[in-house]
Design a protein around this ligand. Structure first.
Ligand code: GLY
Ligand code: MN
Ligand code: MN
Length: 464
């Protein structure tokens, strides 16, 4: 945990933003894999971690803004629990570590909330993503579990999202700790990968690194020679010389801050000429985007700038043609770059995503586009100092999408479908780093991870 004063300060700041009512925070429970005692790895809710730091299942907390009270709800271990799980600190001791003095057993939460509700006081809660907590809220508040999120407090969403989005120096340090694990995962994968291996041999190896150095992976690893499948979690392909692999992976630090890094490298250690040409475009798009980051600039504009670099690069290779400004405006480049440039990063790898991207990534000035490609941009609004955002452009050759657009004769004025035939088995290339928005510009966090063609080839050809 962070020192106690950090949690106290965070709650004080929240109390300044929420004028009245009761704020309810539900921690997560164990989540059964196939029966109750065989659970998935426990992951605490990130907002609960942020304000209370208690990294254990079955806790809840309340901030009573009107009466200026903070209470932790949880149950002490019984002797039966201790036999199976060992001795534990008491709820009281755990609460004191985050600076909360008052504690009650979990069964008292219902009567506390009923009492507050009967007095007509507003009960604020954030959107829920676990069904067990939706059911819990149905029991506690009498709202149909399937409609819980319709009743989430917009005032609380805005306040928590604003606060969590901007990172303090200790949080940046945690993210850098997570990136140093991702560094090892990336370098190890480049060295360990050899022709003849299955993808899963490498994916399993680097997942072990995340577990041994921190709190495990921050999202299921994407390690695939089919990088054109954006969130590909299948690891059954056999790797051969000539293949390139997209390795999109990240770890959680001990305090559960995330990293999210992508590198693309050749199995043989050497890129082919065609691979180099596409790689250089993606790298230039990424560097251009990073160099354009500064407070006040919208991330949508930076996304479009990266898109323009991609489209211009593809025009130079004669895969695109025509007026590139118009092609990007109309979304023709999204055939090759169908996702957004990046997302916030913090306690969640897609930070704050459970608040709804439109609630924190867009505002009155920038509304979400419905255009293919641009609609997938998770964060579009003006950048502010202290946020951490991923910069992850890519170029992909998705055979089914190419076939569909070609059959529809879509954007024929911008896309050279004939030349594209030779790229149908190319796969994809993505390069991703985690970037802090500073007062005047940006900073790529963590120790630099090899990224130029020469750097990647040097590591990937140094097989262990
Ligand atoms: N790790 C998935 C992503 O980059 O969004
Ligand atoms: Mn990623
Ligand atoms: Mn990402």
């Amino acid at each position: 945990m962070f020192p106690v004063k950090i949690y106290k300060q965070r709650r004080e700041e929240l109390k300044r933003k929420i004028k009245s009512g009761v704020i309810l925070f539900l921690g997560n429970d164990e989540s059964p894999m196939n029966y109750t005692d065989n659970a998935y790895k426990f992951r605490q809710d990130s907002t609960f971690l942020y304000y209370f730091g208690i990294d254990e299942p079955s806790f809840a907390a309340v901030i009573d803004v009107d009466e200026d009270k903070e209470i932790i709800f949880g149950n002490d271990f019984t002797i039966d629990d201790i036999i199976w799980m060992g001795e534990q600190k008491t709820v009281k001791q755990k609460a004191l570590r985050c600076g909360v003095k008052e504690t009650f057993s979990m069964s008292q939460l219902e009567s506390f909330l009923k009492n507050a509700f009967s007095k007509g006081r507003k009960i604020h809660f954030i959107p829920q993503y676990r069904h067990s907590n939706m059911i819990k809220l149905q029991i506690l508040l009498g709202i149909d579990a399937t409609r819980i999120n319709d009743y989430a407090s917009q005032e609380l969403i805005k306040a928590v999202a604003e606060q969590r989005a901007v990172k303090s120096s200790e949080e940046i340090q945690e993210i850098e700790n997570a990136i140093s694990i991702a560094y090892e995962m990336q370098i190890s994968a480049m060295k360990f990968t050899k022709a003849g291996m299955l993808e899963k041999e490498v994916a399993g190896f680097i997942e072990g690194i995340a577990l041994s150095m921190g709190s495990g992976i921050s999202f299921p690893i994407i390690f695939s020679k089919h990088g054109e499948i954006l969130h590909n979690h299948f690891y059954g392909n056999k790797l051969k010389d000539g293949d390139i692999v997209v390795n999109d992976c990240g770890a959680e630090s001990l305090l559960h801050y995330a990293s999210d890094i992508t590198r693309t490298f050749p199995v043989s250690g050497r890129f082919t000429q065609a691979q180099k040409e596409i790689y250089e475009i993606v790298l230039y798009a990424q560097l251009t985007a990073i160099n354009s980051i500064k407070p006040g600039v919208s991330y949508k504009d930076i996304h479009l700038k990266a898109s323009t670099v991609i489209a211009e690069g593809l025009k130079a290779l004669k895969l695109m043609r025509g007026d590139i400004k118009e092609a990007v405006e109309k979304g023709a480049h999204a055939l090759f770059f169908p996702h957004g440039l990046g997302h916030l990063l913090g306690l969640d790898v897609h930070d704050l995503e459970n608040f709804g991207e439109n609630n924190f990534g867009y505002d009155n000035k920038i509304k979400r586009s419905s255009q293919f490609g641009l609609k997938s941009l998770r964060y579009a609004k003006a950048l502010v100092p202290g946020i951490v955002i991923t910069v992850e452009p890519g170029i992909y050759f998705i055979p089914q999408l190419i076939e569909q657009w070609k059959a529809e004769k879509k954007f024929e004025e911008f896309i050279n479908y004939e030349k594209l035939e030779a790229y149908k088995n190319f796969g994809g290339i993505r390069i991703e780093d985690d970037v802090l928005v500073t007062k005047n510009g940006s900073k790529v966090l963590g120790k630099p991870i090899p990224k130029t063609i020469d750097e990647v080839e040097a590591i990937a050809s140094d097989k262990v």
